[in-house]
Design a protein around this ligand. Structure first.
Ligand code: CP
Length: 304
């Protein structure tokens, strides 16, 4: 794939090939720290929105493959002077071999791809998609539970504005899963995402109360209520604490379930849960490094 814009560009087989490479790279990194595969290659990383994991893991992935990174953020670039997205990606394409882009507008990565002569990787386009997060999320489920098939997967929180769940359900649709969507009514999964699932023959159930499904879930995928997407902050205040995972809630869950979260979290998972072996969210970040290494090799045409 030249550009990585949506998770659904990958079919199930391509996804599993990516995961095999990620797994192999993980073994090599654990043994040697780095792999000399992308020496001489340069990745430009352009973030118009804040990021810790996506930005740092892409940079670390590039460097662990022997490549180098040019980092630029919206607030210190000529975007401040009014430069367009089109001109910005044209510029970065003159300097690097690929561009990783995070931007607040849905569809911005697709727009950027039209003007870029190097591959664009969508690192989050507003409430649209976050495909590389979805890849690492499915990788996490497979690493933690061995398979995706047969699982009951509960997506919890801000399903309206959370781009990670929009990308993730497109991939979960490749497997035999039971899907639960738990959110306040005002933060339900967007209609277009649900329509896409229904037309693919994928069933899901919607709830507002986590207690109805916590005991049956193999995966609880928690999301942050996305404050930055609210125009009415009083509405944010009303829904921000709708769900809290704490040890009491964990006591109602299966002993073999896992709790995931794309992070950052605010108050939706209490720190006491971090010490529960079922808390997979920090392992999930680490898996992201290997998945992004595999993705960089793929996009730059280097087999491993
Ligand atoms: N998961 C994720 O996208 O985190 P960052 O916003 O820190 O990149």
């Amino acid at each position: 794939h030249r550009h990585i814009l949506s998770s659904k560009q990958f079919d199930r087989q391509e996804l599993h090939t990516l995961f095999s490479v990620a797994h192999e790279m993980r073994t090599q990194v654990e043994r040697n720290g780095s792999i000399d595969l992308l020496r001489g290659k340069v990745m430009c990383s352009m973030f118009y929105e804040p990021s810790t994991r996506t930005s740092c893991s892409f940079s670390a992935a590039m460097m662990r493959l022997g490549g180098t990174v040019v980092n630029v953020d919206g607030s210190s670039s000529s975007v401040v002077k009014g430069e367009t997205l089109a001109d910005t990606v044209r510029t970065l394409g003159c300097y690097g071999d690929l561009t990783v882009l995070r931007h607040p507008d849905p569809g911005s990565a697709t727009t950027a791809a039209k003007f870029s002569k190097v591959p664009i990787i969508n690192a989050g386009d507003g409430i649209g998609e976050h495909p590389t997060q979805a890849f690492l999320d499915v990788y996490t489920i497979r690493e933690e539970l061995g398979t995706v098939n047969g699982l009951t997967i509960t997506l919890l929180g801000d399903l309206k504005n959370g781009r990670t769940v929009h990308s993730l359900v497109k991939l979960l649709a490749y497997y035999h899963v039971t899907l639960n969507f738990v959110s306040p009514i005002s933060l339900r999964m967007p209609e277009e995402v649900k329509t896409e699932l229904t037309s693919a023959g994928i069933a899901f159930n919607e709830y507002t109360d986590l207690n109805e499904v916590i005991g049956d879930s193999d995966v609880v995928y928690v999301t942050r209520v996305q404050k930055e997407r609210f125009t009415d902050l009083s509405e944010y205040e009303r829904v921000k604490s709708a769900y809290v995972i704490n040890n009491k809630m964990m006591s109602k869950a299966k002993t073999q379930m896992v709790v995931m979260h794309p992070l950052p979290r605010v108050s939706e998972i209490e720190p006491e849960v971090d010490f529960d072996q079922r808390a997979a969210y920090f392992r999930q970040m680490r898996y992201g490094l290997y998945v992004r290494m595999a993705l960089l090799a793929l996009v730059l045409g280097k087999s491993f």
